[in-house]
Design a protein. Structure first.
Length: 441
């Protein structure tokens, strides 16, 4: 058994035993209450699932196994002479809860290199689609096409024991994550660069090879990809792409079907597609104002006109966070360190100063601060990636790290089919009527 799988087996079986004992002794303990606003409001804030790999705090932001993003930047291994963390190290951390050594991260990189061969039929499936097919449609299609090689599906059909579900899921997870950069780069080159594909460079780490296959050269962009693929990897289990992956996986669908479900959720404008909407909004503003160097007053006027038209300001606000998104701050730090004199990034920073006070002044916005999407597009534009509709694919490649490591945990802990109870509006009205009668008697 490989060293990562061995560690995961030990960790997961110990926690599974602990959970079994906990449920036996305290299974009826109340941990939350649901109100009608949550029943009708998308179950917002209802504590109803376990997600081992990360946790989101409204004030502190995302923590991966207890570590903040700045802490991970310091603690996770890097390439020699590099400053940004390697996503391979974050995957190791999310899977077993330990900061890996450089040698362990190198092992993950080597594993993903060996497992990165994409089936030829996947490229044929992609090439059969119209070239103007949205990149997220292509990504979801490609993921499902690779399901033909699912270890879990094969072993399940052979009569695999329940105790082995996690093992097969681990193998599919490692294979799928290894192949995603190759698939995603293929989509980018066929869609925007006339199908002029770039062969992988197996001497590079996972992120750097992805950058190379995209065709954006330079060490700074490789550093950006390492950071980008780290900070977008997970955001606890309640976000749409994570929850969709978990829900599909709870049916015992394999990693391929599960991740495809998560990517379909990520493609929604209220979720991952927002990074595309942010940069489009910024360029519309600049075109309307007739300048690439707007003043803060000009931005303020445009923001107010956008709000007056009943529209939202993309990239601002978050369902959980009540402070500036640490992922935004980390990207701002990267830009300050690596990028100088960029007009588009200067606009993003001016928006950061102008927009929150305006939203606060409305009196009804719980979080006026920028989220992760507010900055990522501007940095990509700086490095020449101006194809906005592709940005969510980058997000998806990263998010696979978190949702698939969590899927391994769901299988190892034996989590059941997810099946919440729904009610009709008539049931709600009758329930309230009974409550009123009971209160008056």
């Amino acid at each position: 058994m490989d060293p990562l799988k061995q560690k995961f087996a030990e960790k997961s079986q110990a926690l599974k035993a602990q959970i079994k004992s906990l449920l036996k002794e305290r299974g009826d303990t109340k941990v939350d209450e649901v109100v009608l606003r949550q029943v009708f409001g998308g179950m917002r804030g209802v504590k109803s699932m376990v997600w081992e790999t990360s946790q989101l705090d409204p004030n502190d932001g995302i923590r991966f196994r207890g570590y903040s993003i700045p802490e991970l930047r310091d603690l996770l291994p890097k390439v020699p002479g590099g400053k940004e963390p390697l996503p391979e190290g974050l995957f190791w951390l999310m899977l077993i809860g330990e900061i890996p050594t450089p040698e362990q991260v190198k092992w993950v990189t080597d594993q993903w290199t060996r497992r990165s061969i994409v089936p030829e039929h996947t490229f044929k499936v992609l090439d059969s689609l119209p070239v103007d097919t949205h990149p997220m449609t292509q990504l979801s299609t490609a993921i499902v096409s690779m399901q033909t090689g699912s270890v879990f599906a094969r072993r399940y059909a052979e009569g695999m024991n329940k105790s082995e579900y996690w093992d097969a899921t681990y193998e599919d997870t490692m294979n799928l994550i290894a192949r995603l950069p190759r698939v995603a780069a293929y989509i980018y080159r066929r869609t925007y660069h006339g199908g002029k594909h770039i062969a992988p460079d197996i001497s590079l780490d996972w992120s750097a090879n992805f950058a190379h296959m995209l065709g954006v050269e330079g060490e700074d962009f490789k550093s950006l990809m390492r950071l980008y693929l780290t900070i977008h990897a997970d955001h606890e289990g309640g976000n749409a792409s994570a929850h969709a992956t978990h829900l599909v996986g709870s049916t015992l669908s394999d990693s391929y079907f599960s991740l495809a479900g998560g990517m379909n959720a990520l493609a929604g404008p209220l979720h991952g597609l927002a990074n595309q909407e942010v940069i489009k909004w910024i360029f519309r503003m600049l075109d309307t104002l007739g300048t690439r160097r707007p003043t803060k007053d000009q931005i303020k006027d445009y923001v107010n006109s956008t709000l007056a038209a009943g529209k939202v300001i993309p990239g601002y606000g978050h369902a959980v966070l009540r402070q500036p998104d640490p992922r935004f701050i980390e990207q701002k730090r990267f830009a300050q360190e690596y990028i100088h004199g960029s007009e588009i990034i200067d606009v993003v920073w001016k928006c950061f100063e102008v927009i929150p006070p305006i939203l606060q002044g409305l009196g009804k916005v719980k979080n006026p601060w920028p989220n992760v999407d507010a900055h990522s597009g501007a940095i990509l534009v700086h490095y020449g990636m101006k194809e906005f509709s592709y940005y969510t694919v980058l997000f998806g490649v990263s998010r696979a790290l978190g949702v698939l490591s969590a899927l391994c945990w769901s299988r190892a802990l034996g989590f059941p089919l997810e099946r919440p109870k729904s009610v009709t509006t008539k049931w709600v009205m009758e329930y309230l009527e009974k409550q009123e009668v009971s209160a008056n008697n």
